[in-house]
Design a protein around this ligand. Structure first.
Ligand SMILES: Cc1cc2nc3c(=O)[nH]c(=O)nc-3n(C[C@H](O)[C@H](O)[C@H](O)COP(=O)(O)OP(=O)(O)OC[C@H]3O[C@@H](n4cnc5c(N)ncnc54)[C@H](O)[C@@H]3O)c2cc1C
Length: 382
């Protein structure tokens, strides 16, 4: 086993680390407070060719691998989760399905604009009655005169309602497969299509500068060629997309926990009590030591999932384990970091306060902890 990163991996890690410190850190608190989408930062990420990291250069991507993408997401989340989830949802969920399952025509139409960051991609799976039970999709699409006519609603969708949102990939019931079985397919719906509307942004606990909205489709017509891949393959397609997405969200968990440790350690060295820095107290040291150890274990699991995917091996189990481990770790590490900050940890000017609010979604989004446990138990043969 080789634990060393290649020169290319180190370069992207260093590039994104510097970018996050210089460009994101100074504005993160303000963006969060104003709940304002980070358009400037997305533009700068685009200039660095970071909006399509794992996609081939012929489509405008960076032609890098999943590990490179993982490192970039980790470094962004170390400083700010809203920016990280914007890039992460755009890449793993918005762009990925088109790259994996799209026709050459669909790829040609969308990937250059998505990989360049000119447009953002979104993935609309969750519905009021279909979250963990994602196959319970109620949104319907019927063929009429060479067009799909879509009716239904999605909720909690990231990146669909910004000024630069380009397309959402949605699951819809397109027919029956016999008996009670429902045929689910994925369809691409461009922003601006009549009948496709994005509701007001949710008021959230965290990820305040990211875009999350409900979507509605009423008599929304898209060309027959908007079907992504095979008709009826929607369930298989979104399960694969979620597997990949879990590696990105796991990287967010590692990054957030590392950011919490960075802040806690720096604060503990500065803050004095009983005549010495609080970092000298064993109770504080134990917290820092446990955080560092858990982070390293979670990081290795996450990198392993990325490596397995890059080696074209099965990564479903490892991605679910990484997602489960890192989500819990992020919540715990953020809480410990707040604790080490004492009362200041409860005050918004301190990044750990935002980290604490941003962490919780990592045990819910992209499949809850309980769903990860189901995936893991299934892989174990239980
Ligand atoms: C900020 C944010 C951004 C999001 N972005 C997107 C996005 O871009 N695209 C998208 O499609 N979705 C998105 N989501 C939705 C997210 O993926 C879902 O919220 C999540 O999958 C959980 O679904 P649910 O909310 O319907 O909860 P439910 O499925 O109703 O779950 C409620 C509780 O029941 C538990 N539960 C359910 N079934 C079982 C079971 N079989 N066994 C044990 N426990 C069970 C769950 O674990 C959970 O604790 C986002 C959500 C948020 C909050």
């Amino acid at each position: 086993m080789d634990f060393e990163l290649s020169d290319d991996h180190r370069l992207i890690q260093r590039t994104v680390r510097d970018f996050a410190r210089q460009e994101v850190a100074p504005v993160a608190e303000q963006l969060d407070r104003d709940k304002s989408f980070p358009y400037d930062i997305v533009r700068k990420l685009s200039e660095l060719n970071l909006m399509g990291i794992p996609f081939p250069e012929r489509y405008g991507g960076a032609g890098a691998d999943t590990l490179a993408y993982t490192l970039a997401v980790e470094e962004l989340t170390r400083v700010d989760s809203s920016v990280a989830i914007t890039l992460c949802a755009h890449t793993s969920l918005g762009t990925q399905p088109i790259y994996l399952f799209g026709s050459e025509e669909q790829r040609g139409e969308w990937l250059p604009r998505l990989c360049s960051g000119e447009r953002l991609g979104a993935f609309g799976l969750t519905e009021p009655e279909a979250g963990s039970d994602a196959g319970n999709t109620r949104t319907r699409a019927r063929l009429d005169d060479g067009e799909w006519v879509i009716d239904g609603a999605k909720q909690f969708i990231t990146n669909a309602g910004t000024d630069i949102s380009g397309v959402v990939c949605i699951t819809a019931v397109t027919g029956r497969t016999g008996g009670d079985g429902r045929e689910i397919s994925n369809l691409l719906v461009p922003n601006g299509t009549p009948g496709y509307e994005q509701g007001e942004p949710y008021r959230k606990m965290g990820w305040n500068a990211s875009d999350t909205r409900p979507l509605t489709f009423s008599e929304c017509r898209v060309p027959e060629g908007s079907l992504l891949g095979e008709r009826g393959a929607g369930l298989r397609q979104f399960l694969h997309v979620l597997d990949i997405g879990r590696i990105g969200v796991a990287a967010m968990g590692v990054g957030l926990a590392q950011g919490a440790l960075d802040e806690a350690l720096a604060y503990a060295r500065e803050r004095r009590a009983f005549g010495q820095p609080i970092s000298r107290f064993q109770a504080v040291q134990a917290k820092l030591a446990d955080m560092a150890t858990e982070i390293e274990a979670a990081r290795l699991l996450t990198y392993k999932a990325a490596r397995l995917k890059d080696a074209a091996r099965n990564f479903t189990l490892t991605a679910a384990q990484a997602k489960l481990k890192t989500g819990r770790l992020a919540v715990r590490a953020a809480e410990e970091a707040v604790q080490i900050h004492g009362g200041y940890g409860y005050i918004e000017e301190y990044p750990v306060c935002r980290f604490y609010r941003d962490a919780k979604i990592l045990t819910i989004g992209e499949g809850t902890d309980e769903v990860q446990q189901m995936v893991i138990a299934r892989a174990l043969g239980a």
